[in-house]
Design a binder for this molecule. Structure first.
Ligand code: PMV
Length: 334
């Protein structure tokens, strides 16, 4: 028997970057998930098979040994090693584990892939040891794994991946869960350009250092957009949501985190009928999102694909992290 844990990715609807300073950010769990399968080992190795991401290897005494793919991939996998180790430490148990990662969330493009994988890892390992952890504890332990990748993340990714649904986060207020009264589908356009959240956050910090007063205005404006955006989202006011997405994108461009490709995709989406479009996540590549009435959605997706980018239609999900025992041959290979 082994444990299967699954956790969703996310998209930031409003408030990335400004949330690092004040916030709020509005974050939505999406129906693209990461699965982690865990099985106990008799030694103390943390073996990670992420073959569908192109690498696998194991950690022994925190040193990475590549089995497939480059040794530097160990940096990405270190987050899983830490997540597994911290979970066992938290539970006061010891041992090794085989982790198999099967993720439908593209990596390093702002869709919360690393958080989902960390959350699913913690959940799988804690179930393996019958830990009975609460969701909040899972999220907190996963945050330590995420820190390996992102340096100093705000914590929104691991929270939304653990709990699912719609969340807002503001530094002085904390996390709040919100309920939507209606489904809202979005289109995600993926430029396929990977980027580092840490580097983008550092670039914004450097710009702020050089232009403190002006950057304060940008951050306040983004905070106001996010507050109004949350209100529009909860009222399912799509046209106001769209305006606020456009405004948010303009401000993000202003602080230098957009790229030519992201600009092209946002303009393409709007030209093809989107009510609003913006980059999502740290920028510098990665993804944009578009909001549209159903009738224009296929046109927008096609237009994004014509710009040599991926387009996915995503639904929001209330399903946060889940785990269960399965038979060895039940692994869904993708
Ligand atoms: O990792 P991403 O691309 O989803 O971006 C995270 C959002 C930031 O606000 C830029 C950073 C953070 O920790 O909130």
């Amino acid at each position: 028997m082994l444990v299967e844990a699954t956790a969703p990715g996310k998209m930031i609807l409003y408030g990335e970057h400004s949330v690092v300073y004040r916030g709020p950010a509005v974050v939505l769990a999406i129906d693209r998930r990461a699965n982690v399968y865990a099985k106990k080992r008799t030694d103390k190795k943390i073996f990670i098979d992420a073959d569908n991401l192109g690498f696998s290897g194991y950690f022994e005494d925190n040193v990475y040994h590549a089995v497939r793919g480059n040794a530097w991939r160990g940096r990405n996998l270190a987050a899983l090693n830490v997540s597994a180790k911290k979970t066992m430490e938290y539970l006061g148990v010891e041992g090794g584990v085989n982790l198999k990662v099967r993720s439908m969330i593209p990596i390093a493009v702002g869709l919360g892939s690393s958080a989902a994988i960390c959350v699913a890892t913690v959940s799988a390992v804690e179930k393996l040891h019958e830990g009975g952890l609460k969701k909040e504890e899972i999220s907190n332990v996963a945050f330590e794994g995420e820190t390996i990748i992102h340096g100093k993340p705000s914590g929104v990714d691991n929270n939304v991946s653990t709990f699912g649904g719609v969340m807002s986060y503001e530094r002085d207020v904390g996390f709040k869960h919100h309920k939507l009264t209606k489904e809202i589908p979005f289109i995600i356009g993926n430029t396929r350009k990977k980027r580092s959240t840490k580097r983008m956050v550092e670039n914004v910090a450097a710009l702020k250092e050089r232009n403190p007063a002006i950057m304060d205005n940008f951050i306040d404006a983004m905070g106001n957009v996010a507050r109004e955006g949350l209100d529009a989202l909860l009222k399912i006011d799509l046209s106001r949501m769209g305006d606020l997405m456009d405004l948010n994108h303009g401000l993000l461009s202003g602080i230098g985190v957009s790229t030519m490709k992201l600009e092209i995709l946002c303009h393409t989406a709007r030209k093809n009928g989107a009510l609003g479009a913006k980059l999502t996540g740290a920028g510098g590549g990665g993804c944009m999102i578009a909001l549209s009435e159903e009738v224009y959605m296929s046109d927008i997706e096609r237009a994004i694909r014509r710009r040599k980018s991926d387009a996915y239609r995503v639904s929001l999900t209330d399903q946060g992290v889940k785990s269960r025992w399965i038979e060895d041959d039940e692994i869904a290979d993708s």
